[in-house]
Design a protein around this ligand. Structure first.
Ligand code: ZN
Ligand code: ZN
Length: 258
């Protein structure tokens, strides 16, 4: 079975414990910058802490063949770390990014992605970039992966689901197997980030709506990620709050089968 390993599940408010007792280990309450590894060789985002996450997970840089970017905020895109990841390779690292995003010099093979166009990453693995409701200056996209027929939507950062993205998913008439979704702002209803991130109350509204639209179904596994420690309770408490919604919180190091 293909797998997704979460290497970073934080928003942009990192714990000070990453410099002390969590320097060399994962901890559910000291999250690192948002990042995940698909099928052992496709990295989703490379931000502030990704090199540390790869070190802790024991993943050599040479194993990474492709980097797919959700957008260019620093917690997802760190040019210096990408150069380090790409250094000393016989075959250039392939970077997949939203078309229109001006990329710095990275000594990598760049692949601009047009929205709603499907690209092949490897045999049996495709990716499609879909509109995301997030800061337009950083060229955001949600990522729809299809891995041997298993469909995964990686939907962070962003608030709600854009109508164009919802329509694209509805037209497929194939419920997602896995949904990884932004849940930055916890239970706080008086939250100014409404226009670019989800809260738990927003997910409470969205879950039945996604089912009604046929985008998810009873078998879809839903994971909340991009969790801001300053706005959430502990990981254990968050798991209890999300359980009635049928959602599991992610944590750094967690590996799921797709
Ligand atoms: Zn972010
Ligand atoms: Zn962002």
């Amino acid at each position: 079975m293909p797998a997704l390993q979460f290497l970073g599940t934080c928003a942009h408010d990192y714990s000070k414990r990453l410099q002390t007792d969590c320097r060399d280990r994962f901890d559910p309450d000291a999250r690192r910058s948002s990042c995940a590894l698909l099928c052992g060789h496709i990295l989703i985002d490379c931000g502030d802490h990704t090199l540390d996450s790869l070190r802790i997970a024991g993943i050599p840089h040479g194993k990474i063949t492709d980097l797919v970017l959700t957008h260019l905020h620093g917690d997802h895109f760190n040019a210096e770390n990408i150069r380090c990841l790409a250094a000393g390779r016989s075959v250039p690292l392939r970077i997949w990014h939203s078309a229109g995003a001006a990329m710095p010099e990275l000594s990598c093979e760049l692949h601009p992605m047009e929205k709603a166009v499907t690209y092949s990453l490897a045999e049996g693995i495709t990716v499609t970039g879909l509109d995301a409701n997030h800061d337009a200056n950083v060229h955001p996209q949600h990522l729809l992966f299809c891995i041997g027929g298993r469909r995964l939507l990686y939907a962070t950062d962003g608030a709600w689901i854009q109508n164009s993205t919802a329509n694209y998913l509805r037209r497929a008439k194939a419920p997602l197997h896995t949904l990884v979704i932004d849940c930055t702002t916890g239970e706080n209803e008086a939250e100014w980030r409404l226009g670019e991130h989800n809260s738990i109350p927003m997910l409470r509204v969205m879950m039945p709506a996604l089912r009604a639209a046929g985008i998810t179904d009873d078998n879809t596994r839903v994971y909340a990620t991009h969790l801001a420690p300053s706005l959430h309770k502990s990981h254990a408490e968050t798991a209890e709050i999300l359980r009635p919604l049928g959602i599991s919180p992610t944590q750094d190091g967690l590996e799921i089968l797709l």
